[in-house]
Design a protein around this ligand. Structure first.
Ligand code: GDP
Ligand code: CA
Length: 307
């Protein structure tokens, strides 16, 4: 069963890891968000692709919730001491990957090519594709001004209310090689429980990707990133309130209008307003077993005959 999964970083990576484990080798393609990418200390960092890579390879720090397990921070401390940028947390283990990627990009390799090499080096029997090889950057429009994603999220602690989003470069971007082929070959499309506005919409903003899902002949299933109307972590519930007027399953479905056949929601949201078909299950992925269970339920929902 060939599955294409659209994913942001940490939330998406959890479900992607479950899908990776329950599918046969080679059946999973993850299309990752690059709207959060940034250059820091001269390096190209792709936080969401790396969260997927680390999550699937089991290298992620589950307690901190992001980055690598067993991380140390000596290089960053040193950079700070020398007057370098210190606001974006780059650990020593993490830096190794950014060095390799940045060198490849500087030598003219595409982001998708170097990402494929990294996934292979991590021993993953799946494909990890950036939505695009082109430059695409998410900006958030707030009362305090317009900020790049990392400026808003990390530097300003995502405290500014979001009025609107802008995916700079999206209109002129092309899907990375393999992305549209993956949709054409898919038996199911999964939208991971990622932040719709800053993780999934930037993927959909790449011309051809939204259209490929709209024109699907297979089922498309999203897993809601909200549990009991609240984000598991991060600013999503506040953003939903502002941008779509609430945090029920119906509001989540509104974020993916025309793109879904069914929404997987948590039992804590079962009595809230829904719009379209839902499957109710336990969606909190406390560990990899829980992620596998949710992945199985999600794939079952993708296989059911539409009523
Ligand atoms: P980021 O790019 O690292 O911010 O991660 P994503 O956009 O992929 O995911 C962020 C979202 O994941 C948040 O809105 C969380 O509510 C959601 N999330 C995190 N863990 C879980 C989980 O175990 N279950 C569900 N349903 N959502 C989760
Ligand atoms: Ca992200």
């Amino acid at each position: 069963m060939r599955v294409v999964c659209l994913s942001g970083g940490v939330g998406g990576a959890k479900l992607a890891a479950g899908l990776h484990d329950v599918l046969a080798p080679g059946e999973l393609t993850v299309i990752g968000n690059v709207g959060d990418d940034l250059e820091v200390l001269g390096l190209h960092v792709s936080p969401d692709l790396d969260s997927v890579l680390y999550g699937l390879a089991g290298l992620n720090d589950t307690e901190r919730g992001w980055g690598r397990a067993g991380e140390t921070w000596q290089a960053l401390e040193s950079a700070r001491t020398w007057g370098g940028e210190g606001w974006f947390m780059l650990g020593d283990l993490d830096l190794g990957l950014h060095l390799v990627r940045s060198q490849a990009l500087r030598e003219g390799e595409t982001l998708s090519a170097v990402t494929a090499r990294l996934a292979l080096a991590a021993g993953l029997a799946m494909r990890l594709l950036p939505a695009t090889d082109d430059r695409l950057r998410t900006h958030l429009v707030t009362p305090a001004g317009t900020f790049s994603f990392q400026e808003w999220f990390v530097a300003r602690g995502h405290k500014d209310e979001v009025h609107a989003l802008d995916y700079e470069g999206a209109d002129a971007s092309c899907p990375a090689p393999g992305v549209l082929d993956a949709f054409a070959a898919a038996d199911a499309i999964v939208i991971a429980p990622s932040n719709p506005f800053v993780s999934i919409h930037p993927i959909l903003a790449v011309p051809g990707i939204r259209a490929a899902i709209e024109a699907r002949s297979v089922r498309s299933v999203a897993v809601s990133p909200l549990i009991g109307g609240r984000a598991v972590r991060g600013p999503l519930d506040r953003m939903m309130g502002r941008l779509v007027g609430g945090t029920t399953p119906a509001h989540v479905a509104r974020c993916y209008k025309g793109l879904l056949d069914v929404l997987v929601i948590d039992g804590a949201d079962a009595t809230a307003e829904t719009d379209g078909a839902v499957v109710v299950t336990d969606t909190l992925m406390t560990d990899r077993d829980a992620a596998r269970r949710l992945a199985r339920t999600t794939l079952e929902a993708a296989m059911e005959t539409p009523s």
